[in-house]
Design a protein around this ligand. Sequence first.
Ligand SMILES: Cc1cc2nc3c(=O)[nH]c(=O)nc-3n(C[C@H](O)[C@H](O)[C@H](O)COP(=O)(O)OP(=O)(O)OC[C@H]3O[C@@H](n4cnc5c(N)ncnc54)[C@H](O)[C@@H]3O)c2cc1C
Length: 486
Amino acid sequence: MTRARKTEGTDRMNADCPIVIAGAGIAGVSAAYRLQGAGEAPFVVFEKESYIGGYSRTIRRGDFRFDLGGHRFYTKKPHVEEVVRRVVGDDLLEVDRTSRILFGGRLINYPLRPLNALRSLGLRGAGKAVLDYGAMKLGNLLSGDAAEETFERWALNRFGRHLYEIYFKGYTEKTWGIPCARLSADFAEQRIKGLSFREAVKDAIFKKGQDESLVRRFLYPRYGFGQIPDGMAASIREPNRILTRRPVVGVEHDGKRIRGVVTESPDGREERQPCCEFISSIPISALAGMLRPAPPSEALQAAKDLRYRDMVVLTLFLDAAQVTPDQWIYVPSQKIGFCRFHEPKNWSPEMAPPDRTALVVEYFCQQGDETWSASDAELASRAVEDLAATGFIERDWLHDYMTFHMPKAYPVYEIGYRQSLQTLEDYLARFENLYNVGRNATFLYTSSDHYIDMGLKAAENVLGHEHDLRLIGRESGYAETLSKEE
Ligand SMILES: Cc1cc2nc3c(=O)[nH]c(=O)nc-3n(C[C@H](O)[C@H](O)[C@H](O)COP(=O)(O)OP(=O)(O)OC[C@H]3O[C@@H](n4cnc5c(N)ncnc54)[C@H](O)[C@@H]3O)c2cc1C
């Protein structure tokens, strides 16, 4: 599933047996972009929706543009940045980053730096944090147990109970919908920089007054993040194609290779496309259910056990020139339904007209729950109430609104997920010509630059390279924030 495989003699890629890519999100179009550049291998992309870009697309409504939750572009991979610079060209802006988090009615800079976090506690709070941290260290020493299977344990070991409860517990549980004691420590290892209370103290002594978050920058396309997948898709030429409104509903195999992909045409008919190589960005659990013949029950059960976090994104169009100077505002309070909002015009001036603005509000939820099922009007009225009560907007600024329901926005690293994932991956590894790429196909929670990289490298493997796709997104030194960001 992950290594390079030379196409068998009988399976040479040709117009009758092309490379098939499932999904035209950023991972799928990156694969298509690389194959188009190679010029020789015919391919077809099947996308179930009527648009391309997946969750990386930018929506346009009148004079407004917005992402489905603001998407900054950030990478340490020069080859990925080069691709993005090439497709976006002169429209790629460098944006100064300003984000804050609302704690007890005060906005403090975000991502939280240890010094920042301690300072905002005041003298008494900081003293309590020190005592708690000392007690935790002593307790670990006496019990000899500092195992870190859960996120809760991971955070307690580094920060002590006081800091953990203030800065981690509420926001994390609101975001993921499960107690921190059921969230795997993998989440922290992958997404959070190796910070600790010790670092906080060192920071306080040696780097007085420095706040990295204020000097950080990121790249952002002038007309929204969607310019990246759009730019890649625009390079696709006949005979290669991207077909939208073409869900993949079946994946045929002979036990060793994927032999054909079944799609549903817009008039409801099933159509079979033979394929010699299959690059899939379909959620890994959904893919398992599409295999024909079906996998053993153990693999199907493993697929069912993988859980995702869903979202509703609500955009409020406001009769006000600007609400904040920030890109994102994080809201950990359990009393407020949303976790975060962003103001697109602070990312690029082209995202809203000069005299008006929009806020894009993120609700984390599960399909079918109260938030997911709320009417648009209900959600908009709740959001306006909360934003007005916290002093961000006036109630009568609301001009219009729209919502997007986003199933499977994030893979959930719930305790036990690793075994389920492993079972499923072990089963899928038998298919020599299957390459899983992207967030939900790999069940890897990271940022888009890695999904772009997966798409590019899966395409290169099809062409004969030998990249190990499993390593992508797991490189060390990548996690960089004190809480979830993307
Ligand atoms: C709120 C939010 C904020 C984010 N912020 C950032 C950020 O700041 N920076 C950053 O780098 N990343 C960010 N991300 C991550 C980014 O959106 C995703 O990483 C990226 O979109 C994943 O791309 P993908 O191609 O793997 O998946 P997707 O975007 O999900 O694309 C998969 C595509 O496959 C299609 N598909 C699924 N099933 C089928 C099927 N059966 N047949 C055919 N097609 C199918 C889907 O319709 C979709 O178009 C954010 C994500 C969210 C949710």
